[in-house]
Design a protein around this ligand. Structure first.
Ligand code: VGL
Ligand code: ZN
Length: 208
């Protein structure tokens, strides 16, 4: 079985959102082409889904500004603007994303005391979302990952997929992803390469 994981393609990470990724909305038409390609047996979308007052929000830490480093439950934590609060428009999947063919929408980041970049588990690598078991239970052997943001949620999802599902071939779809900073994207791509993850374009997938 071949699966596609669409990471956090939400209003909050697109221009006009609360934590906008530059050109984040440009992944939507590319993701739609992948969704409608007929190449995938299973399509999963993750959704950053924070309660108000989440511990990753700078606003929860007096004196802290967004994009400063702080701590959460005693561990280093990037302080983010309030974003993707449950039930708000900011948290909705992008309205142009073809959600009709998505088999599972997986929400993450609900625990105030720990952030959850990866769609597979919390940042402390403790609580699992159940996605790895779900994909393995569906006999997925190939997983393509794309979305927002390359340097955070996409990277950690790709690395966790590789580590937690050793039998699955994981690929990162570069042009269907955007990052918060160019430096972060360069590091993410390097780390993924070092872990043996194939970096592909949507064109290669659609032609193949
Ligand atoms: C993300 C920062 C905070 C992401 C989520 O989806 O990459 N980044 N929460
Ligand atoms: Zn978040």
């Amino acid at each position: 079985m071949k699966a596609l994981l669409l990471v956090d393609i939400q209003n909050g990470f697109c221009p006009g959102g609360n934590l906008p990724v530059p050109d984040g909305d440009q992944v939507v038409p590319i993701a739609n082409r992948l969704i409608e390609s007929g190449k995938y047996d299973l399509i999963v979308a993750s959704q950053d889904w924070h309660p108000a007052g989440h511990g990753s929000f700078a606003s929860s830490h007096p004196g802290k500004q967004p994009f400063e480093l702080g701590t959460l439950s005693g561990k280093p934590q990037m302080m983010w603007p309030d974003h993707c609060v449950q039930g708000t428009v900011d948290a909705e999947l992008h309205p142009d994303l073809k959600t009709g063919e998505i088999d599972l929408i997986l929400q993450k980041g609900e625990n105030r005391g720990v952030d959850s970049y990866s769609a597979f588990r919390d940042n402390d690598q403790d609580a699992l979302t159940g996605l790895a078991d779900f994909l393995e239970g569906q006999d997925v052997t190939e997983l393509d990952v794309c979305g927002l943001a390359t340097d955070y949620c996409v990277k950690f999802s790709v690395l966790d997929a590789t580590e937690m599902m050793p039998g699955v071939r994981v690929r990162f779809v570069e042009d269907a992803s955007r990052g918060i900073t160019p430096e972060g994207v360069a590091i993410a791509v390097k780390e993924m390469r070092e872990h043996g993850i194939d970096i592909v374009t949507s064109g290669q997938i659609l032609e193949g």
